[in-house]
Design a protein around this ligand. Structure first.
Ligand code: NAP
Length: 317
């Protein structure tokens, strides 16, 4: 199994690469950066190799600036992008990042035409659309991470409020990885029982919890400069599910063609069945009227922003 990370000199890229290597699942890992960071990723590769030797894990790690080295990758992660500072929202960085994503997606299509692209760069819903259009890949092979991480954050907060093990909580956030995220509370459960049947539900303040989830990335960026472990483990989860053909149902950004509430021609976070072919199925949803309303608002917001970005870039470059 071979996985490449484009943007491996960045905090998310290198943490995700290491996290994945530690899973002992891939035998080749390619770290890609620009020329100016080649020395850094060479150092990262050696440091990782030392740590892996301590755990008896054998992975061949290559550091490179040449996208030809991603040849035959099963999965290519793109986390290259201009960083978001605490005073910027995810959309502020959309046009410059869209150019980076289009550039790399074209190179991925040339050098690893059978791979699955996993987009991390923000704003991830728009970037997934750009990668889908620029690569020309079928939509099942272009997927973005966003709401999976939001859902993990929500899961943590729910587990804390209900005082249960995080494993017992089944909840998710769909829509935009941003202000227009939609918590799917109507179908959330704890230990297989709908959340609304618990006594603690009476004091569950969804609005303040969702504000915490929305602000989680910004909070961490404000404190330590970037989010790292959360995205890295979420990325590694997704890659594991694909490589092991697990058929798990995470919430990932995918291109919609009317499957959910008729929403079309936009990439949004929805529950998907994930396996060796990438997104193998978009899971249809039963939502409350309020959830439908919020989902449609998210779709409208992301579609408008995506159209603006697409009008400002050339996806073939
Ligand atoms: P970072 O530490 O600043 O790393 C940025 C990476 O992008 C570096 O590898 C850098 O390479 C590369 N890069 C910057 N400008 C570039 C350009 N013009 N052309 C090519 N490569 C360029 O940022 P990070 O914290 O790793 O975050 C990376 C991205 O992931 C950001 O967009 C962030 O918002 C996003 N993110 C998404 C999620 C999610 O859930 N979807 C979670 C966390 C972060 P050089 O070393 O060559 O400069």
């Amino acid at each position: 199994m071979k996985v490449s990370v484009v943007g491996a000199s960045g905090r998310v890229g290198r943490a995700a690469a290491f996290c994945l290597a530690e899973e002992n699942l891939v035998n080749k890992l390619v770290l890609i950066s620009r020329e100016k960071s080649l020395n850094q990723i060479k150092g990262e590769a050696l440091d990782m190799a030392d740590a892996l030797a301590a755990k008896d894990i054998k992975v061949s790690i290559i550091s490179s600036c040449n996208l030809e080295d991603i040849k035959d990758s099963d999965i290519v992660v793109i986390s290259a992008g201009i960083p978001r500072t605490a005073d910027m929202n995810r959309v502020d960085v959309a046009v410059p990042n869209a150019r980076i994503i289009a550039h790399y997606s074209n190179l991925i299509a040339t050098n690893a035409p059978e791979s699955i692209i996993l987009v991390i760069t923000n704003p991830v819903d728009i970037m997934t659309y750009v990668a889908y259009k620029a690569s020309g890949f079928p939509r099942n092979r272009v997927v973005g991470l966003g709401n999976h991480l939001d859902s993990l954050r929500l899961k943590n907060l729910v587990a804390k409020h209900f005082n249960v093990h995080v494993r017992e909580v089944h909840t998710r956030i769909i829509g935009e990885h941003g202000d227009h995220m939609v918590p799917l509370l109507s179908s959330s459960s704890i230990g297989g029982i709908l959340m609304k049947y618990y006594d603690e539900y009476k004091t569950f303040d969804l609005e303040s919890i969702i504000e915490k989830v929305k602000g989680a990335g910004t909070y961490v960026i404000g404190k330590k400069g970037a989010t790292e472990y959360g995205p890295a483990f979420a990325i590694s989860n997704i890659i594991k599910s694909i490589l092991r053909d697990e058929k798990k149902i995470p919430t990932l950004t995918t291109f919609l063609d009317g499957e959910i509430e008729g929403v079309k021609d936009v990439c949004l976070g929805v529950p998907v069945k994930l396996g060796k072919n990438g997104v193998e199925q978009i899971i249809s949803l039963k939502m409350s009227n309020e959830e439908i309303k919020k989902f449609l608002e998210a779709a409208k917001f992301v579609k408008n922003a995506t159209d603006e970005v697409m009008a400002s870039i050339d996806v073939n470059k």
